[in-house]
Design a protein around this ligand. Structure first.
Ligand SMILES: *Cc1c(COP(=O)(O)O)cnc(C)c1O
Length: 421
């Protein structure tokens, strides 16, 4: 495989090509093929961007048809037929059946664009600057999103420019199993000398993806919503990674029956891996003045088309979400077994997750790297997350076949056995 040009010309900032140093060429559903023709099962799926698999034939066909018909590809934020279809489908297939009423802001096409827009809207709407986020939260790497992102690796890369406007609270479980971390937040809110500037909003991932597949409990989320309501604080759910079916529901917050004021989606939103993001907001929060938050790529028409196809195909009834939950249980059971196996070899390990967003905490980044490195040699693309990269995570396509899912799990098990023996 020719990698010289790639190594010479691409900035040192590259990451995933260090873990998987081959040249990929093709992909279909949960299988990647490198240029030598070797196949890999994909348990990374674009870090949760390919929930419907690589080159999903149904979604891709909608794009091919649209291209062939000379449909508008770029139109700033013009009204287009593709945009209207997208909004209508979002309302009919996703929002109405869930009793949700949101207006939609189409910012630039990445997750961090949506987070920037969401927190800025909260500030404009509430006239307050502070945004509360949580330990180990990840919300993107532009300055605003960075201020609510826990991981210091990213924040150190500003060249010393301080990231402002965020305050961190302990996420569920951060202080151990028996502490309810919201006691601390609620106490600060009621204390004029607690030092906390009353926040405009709280931003939270219901399951922290990059932070290590940390799952907040249903009760914790419900209490968080109550606290926000009681103190006139907006609740933003960053569903960029956990949304679009990853946890077994379209929105990850559906499990808790809560209604965020603002929601961000990106990653799998386009359905095909195209860059695309939106912000959902309660209608009365739409305090934007025309053009106050702009951008050249506001709503990508090709992504409107593919996202519409994905919603129609997978979310018109509950067949798909029940299948995701079923596969989630398969991964959960196997991960529990693997965690026991790792523990028995003297490395305390545990399993966690919701739906098909699951991980095994193996206790050290070094061991996790050895496992994922060996897995790659054995034909499985799988990554780590968590503050020290100690969690081996499964983010396989939700559309993965049972055969590929089981084969991927078998490869992971074999790799763990090989590493530990
Ligand atoms: C990936 C991610 C982001 C950032 O999205 P980008 O497209 O990388 O900017 C924000 N929030 C969460 C929860 C994410 O997983």
């Amino acid at each position: 495989m020719q990698t010289q040009t790639l190594e010479r010309m691409e900035s040192e900032v590259r990451t995933y090509s260090r873990s998987f140093p081959v040249v990929f060429n093709k992909a279909l559903n949960a299988r990647l093929t490198d240029e030598d023709g070797r196949e890999y099962i994909d348990f990374l799926a674009g870090a949760g961007t390919l929930n419907y698999g690589h080159n999903n034939p149904h979604i891709k066909q909608a794009m091919v048809d649209y291209l062939a018909s000379d449909g508008i590809i770029h139109g700033l934020d013009f009204w287009t037929v593709a945009k209207r279809d997208y909004l209508e489908t979002l309302e009919e297939v996703i929002l109405k059946p869930r009793g949700l009423d949101y207006k939609i802001h189409l910012p630039g096409p990445t997750g961090t664009n949506a987070v920037e827009a969401a927190i800025r809207l909260a500030r404009v709407a509430k006239g307050r600057h502070n945004i509360v986020s949580f330990t180990n939260g990840f919300h993107g790497v532009t300055m605003g999103a960075l201020a609510v992102t826990g991981n210091s690796k990213f924040r150190e890369a500003t060249g010393g420019v301080p990231t402002l406007g965020g305050t961190f609270m302990p996420f569920d479980g951060y202080m151990g199993e028996h502490a309810d971390t919201l006691d601390y937040f609620e106490k600060l809110l009621g204390d004029k000398s607690g030092g906390l500037d009353t926040p405009a909003a709280v931003i939270v991932e219901t399951v922290q993806g990059e932070g290590g597949i940390n799952v907040s409990s249903i009760e914790w989320l419900q209490r968080l919503e109550k606290i926000c309501r009681a103190h006139d604080i907006l609740l933003i759910v960053d569903d960029i990674q956990a949304g679009c079916g990853r946890t077994g529901k379209f929105f990850s917050f559906e499990h808790a029956g809560i209604t965020p004021d603002i929601v961000t989606n990106s990653k799998s939103l386009s359905g095909l891996g195209l860059p695309f993001a939106h912000v959902l907001m309660r209608p009365e929060l739409d305090k934007w003045k025309p053009g106050q938050y702009n951008g050249t790529f506001r709503g990508f028409n090709l992504a409107f088309v593919t996202a519409t196809a994905a919603m129609r195909k997978y979310w018109s009834d509950d067949t798909f979400e029940r299948d995701v939950q079923r596969k989630g249980r398969i991964v959960e059971e196997r991960f529990q077994k693997l965690a026991r196996l790792i523990s028995e070899k003297g490395n305390p390990a545990s399993e966690r997750g919701r739906g098909l967003m699951r991980g095994i905490d193996v206790g050290s980044g070094e061991l996790a790297d050895r496992i994922t490195g060996r897995a790659f040699e054995n034909g499985l693309v799988i990554e780590t997350s968590g503050q020290a990269g100690e969690v081996v995570k499964c983010l396989c396509p939700l559309t993965i076949t049972d055969e590929d899912l089981l084969e991927g799990l078998d490869i992971l098990e074999r790799s763990i056995v090989e590493v530990l023996n």
